[in-house]
Design a protein around this ligand. Structure first.
Ligand code: ZN
Length: 495
């Protein structure tokens, strides 16, 4: 719901930010795009009545907690989890309707039970710090193109690690992957469908994030999600996104991991294990015609909340260079060309959501029945998965979630004042929970990201920038006493 409000009241998309910090590389951490809408957000905190002084943002350095989290991610644990998921034979969503689904130890029901037990194991290790929940719904086959044959229960598992700060805990950051799989025939509930890459890899990322992040406390809330029904038409994520919207939960950002296995097929020379693609929508799916009109008038086609989230992911990677050469490659497109995934379910409810996917897919190992034909081995098998690559993807997710959940809330409703015609740019915003200062960033309209040098810090909640709003795009983010940054928000035009 907050996202809807967001879009209605601001068309502005916020940018989040990026930038920042830090020693070796300053990068910023960006905040999600939403922000101004969370009513529970505390409004108070920083802000003086004087105009802030311009001054370059001073990097504070990496947060040691995040460094530890990155270190804790285990390729061996990820391998174990992927192999376990594959061991269920198929995780086709329709296999829940098999007469022996509850007892066979095979199929999607067995996978669902195992995922719950694995999350429970992590929770037991942290003294019950995780709340394991399920979200299920019987969906009816609808129309000739339905990928259901009969009423089918689509079961998601979600796990809540509640935030510790009363003022920030209603901000929720989500990581998700789909645990269902498919054979070549998506309606075949019995054929082997190992789905090691698609998407046991993404499921393993949600699990591993829960395992390593649950060793720490965060002011905001993190939600670990694994959904079913993706292959049948984004059914599980669609239901979950609808549910959180109806409940008015303060979901801020969603990281969807689908096909993050890093394919290591022998002889493949074109895979790049240093890159993971991060897809983000441009124009928000829920933008109304009036909002699209404003986006066109302000040139904010490249600044949806989802795109700011993508920039935040890139920022985190630069800040924590412990990834070695591994780095996100931002793709300014909703998903792969004409294709889709679970983040779209969230986008369509107004949430900021991005998709992470390996650099280069191998279609011999996707949606194929395992077999060898003309010397080519088909099938989505664990032996083609690069577990170190999946671990890097998990590190990037975990570091992003931690940075978001440790940081202050973004500035509330930044505005760019336009009632006078003038060549400078006056911005205002409301104080944010957890913030001790704010940073105003700008970039050229042709820049893909906010350069780290274009930052001005202030303790005030307004500023007069010398750059012309005609020529640049502004963003504002919050900073806390330890140097954590919020998401960047793009100011709304105030006429
Ligand atoms: Zn998939």
């Amino acid at each position: 719901m907050s996202f809807h409000l967001r879009y209605i009241t601001k068309i502005t998309l916020f940018f989040f930010g990026l930038q920042m910090l830090n020693i070796p590389y300053a990068v910023a951490q960006k905040a999600p795009a939403n922000s101004g809408h969370t009513k529970s957000r505390k409004t108070s905190s920083a802000s003086s009545t004087k105009k802030g002084k311009a001054g370059a943002a001073v990097g504070v350095g990496k947060d040691e907690v995040v460094v530890q989290i990155i270190h804790d991610v285990s390729p061996q644990q990820i391998q174990k989890n992927i192999e376990k998921l594959v061991s269920f034979g198929t995780r086709n969503t329709l296999s829940i309707n098999d007469p022996d689904a509850q007892t066979s130890g095979k199929g999607i029901v067995a996978a669902y039970e195992w995922i719950k037990s694995e999350f429970q194991r992590y929770s037991d290790a942290c003294g019950g710090c995780l709340d394991i929940k399920t979200d299920e719904r019987v969906l009816e086959p609808t129309g000739p193109n339905s990928r259901l044959k009969q009423p089918t229960n689509v079961q998601n598992v979600y796990v809540i690690q509640r935030g510790t700060d009363p003022a920030l805990k209603n901000r929720i950051y989500v990581v998700t992957g789909h645990y269902d799989s498919r054979a070549k025939d998506v309606m075949d509930a019995n054929a082997p469908a190992p789905g090691a890459n698609d998407d046991a890899s993404g499921t393993a990322v949600s699990l591993e994030c829960a395992r390593v992040l649950s060793k720490h406390k965060f002011p905001a809330t993190i939600l670990y999600l694994t959904v079913a029904g993706e292959e049948q038409g984004l059914l599980g994520s669609g239901h979950f996104a609808k549910r959180v919207t109806e409940l008015g939960l303060g979901v801020e950002d969603v990281l969807n991991n689908d096909i993050v296995g890093g394919n290591r097929t022998p002889g493949d020379k074109e895979q790049n294990s240093n890159w993971v693609r991060v897809f983000s929508e441009g124009i928000p799916a829920t933008a109304t015609p009036d909002q699209i009109k404003t986006i066109r008038a302000t040139g904010e086609e490249n600044d949806s909340p989802s795109r700011e989230l993508a920039r935040y992911v890139a920022e985190v990677a630069r800040t924590y260079s412990s990834f070695g050469q591994f780095t996100p490659k931002l793709i300014f497109r909703r998903d792969r060309y004409l294709r889709g995934g679970d983040h779209i379910s969230f986008n369509e409810k107004g949430f900021a959501a991005v998709r992470l996917t390996e650099y280069r897919e191998d279609f011999h190992h996707q949606h194929e029945n395992p077999r060898t034909e003309n010397g080519i081995e088909y099938g989505d098998l664990p032996k083609f998965v690069d577990f170190n690559y999946v671990a890097n993807v998990a590190r990037l997710n975990a570091a992003t979630l931690a940075s978001l959940a440790l940081g202050p809330a973004p500035p509330v409703k930044p505005r760019l004042l336009t009632h006078e015609l003038e060549n400078d740019s006056k911005l205002e915003w409301g104080p944010a929970g957890g913030a001790t200062a704010y940073e105003v960033l700008w970039r050229k309209t042709t820049d893909a990201e906010f350069p780290e040098e274009n930052v001005t810090r202030t303790t005030d909640t307004k500023i007069d920038m010398p750059e012309s709003k005609d020529d640049v795009i502004f963003g504002v983010r919050s900073v806390d006493a330890k140097g954590h940054r919020s998401v960047i928000e793009v100011p709304e035009a105030q006429r």
